[in-house]
Design a protein around this ligand. Structure first.
Ligand code: ZN
Length: 241
């Protein structure tokens, strides 16, 4: 069972190392959200990605009380192989998107992903939101004290893939038959089953039951979220069991 979840929940990856070249990305576009670097084949998809950024990022920044800026580098690789060859963390080859050090790398939304061979095709509009996911990580990485992984991933997934994770929750939470406490999610993220699913659900619970305005506090002070533990466990049981 754990293997299945490892295969399913592979969309969220944060790079930790820095290196490399971005050869093949001969085109660039300066925007208020950052500099897009891309190849000729992505001339139109970059316009679509920018439209999604304009639709989502200012609103997200308002809700989280953070600022976007033009210093971010956004590299769109024409295919999985070229992405793998330039990835900032080689341990995470075959991921669809990655971020770190004010830099985002993603596989062109026009090109098939390695992950799709396991989880099925992801449609073009949903592929756009991989950039939003990584951009949220970048925004939180700019905080003086970035939040723990579960809050970081939960919020990135909330803004980028809510319907995907709600569907996964309906299908799998009851099967997993284990609800991590908020303390466990914060302290032992990598030791619990489907941590990204539960991180998403925790943030979704906060938004639905405590109010979206709490997110700006939670990303700055992770202890604040622990007071909701009993209610969170109850919420998951009532909604998904
Ligand atoms: Zn992520």
């Amino acid at each position: 069972m754990k293997k299945i979840f490892n295969d399913i929940f592979i969309l969220c990856l944060i790079g930790l190392t820095n290196s490399c070249n971005s050869q093949d990305l001969n085109y660039s576009l300066d925007t208020k959200f950052g500099e897009f670097k891309y190849s000729l084949t992505d001339t139109n998809s970059v316009k679509d990605l920018l439209r999604v950024c304009e639709k989502e990022i200012p609103e997200i920044c308002k809700e989280l009380n953070v600022d976007y800026d033009s210093s971010v580098t956004i590299e769109i690789y024409p295919n999985q192989e070229k992405y793998n060859n330039s990835i900032i963390n080689p341990d995470l080859k075959n991921s669809p998107a990655i971020s770190g050090n004010n830099r985002i790398q993603l596989v062109s939304p026009l090109s098939p992903l390695e992950a799709e061979s396991k989880i099925g095709a992801i449609n073009y509009p949903d592929r756009m939101y991989f950039l939003i996911h990584e951009y949220v990580h970048i925004l939180m990485g700019k905080l003086e004290n970035p939040p723990p992984l579960c809050i970081d991933e939960g919020i990135a997934s909330y803004y980028s893939s809510r319907s995907f994770y709600l569907d996964m929750a309906t299908r799998y939470v009851k099967q997993i038959n284990y609800i991590p406490s908020i303390e466990q999610l914060i302290a032992n993220y990598n030791k619990i089953p489907a941590p990204d699913l539960f991180s998403f659900l925790l943030i979704d619970y906060i938004v639905q039951n405590q109010g979206k305005e709490k997110l700006a506090d939670i990303i700055r002070q992770s202890n604040y979220i622990k007071q909701f533990n009993d209610k969170w466990i109850e919420y998951v049981k009532n909604k998904y069991y």
